[in-house]
Design a protein. Structure first.
Length: 92
């Protein structure tokens, strides 16, 4: 089964919620992070986020950027992730 990238079809408030669920960008050791969020329209969705670095003058700043979003059949534990609130996916 091929999964479809639906990032361009998702509203900005849900992308922002998925990015906020990612760990602190300054202390994270990974360049890619996955989060799961339940959307009211399309159901449970997995976001893949990449750590990016920007530069303005002599200052550098880091931020997460969503690069992919796919529908998933994973279930979210009861009481978590409802109404568009993001939760972190446990890492192995």
């Amino acid at each position: 089964m091929v999964s479809e990238d639906i990032l361009r079809k998702i509203g900005g408030q849900y992308i922002a919620a998925a990015l906020q669920a990612s760990p602190n960008v300054e202390t994270s050791k990974e360049d890619f992070q996955e989060t799961i969020i339940e959307l009211p329209v399309s159901g449970t969705t997995r976001f893949k986020c990449q750590r990016m670095t920007g530069k303005q003058g002599k200052y550098r700043y880091r931020f997460w950027m969503a690069v992919e979003a796919v529908r998933t059949e994973e279930t979210i534990p009861f009481g978590e992730g409802r109404e568009g609130r993001a939760i972190k996916k446990p890492t192995d």
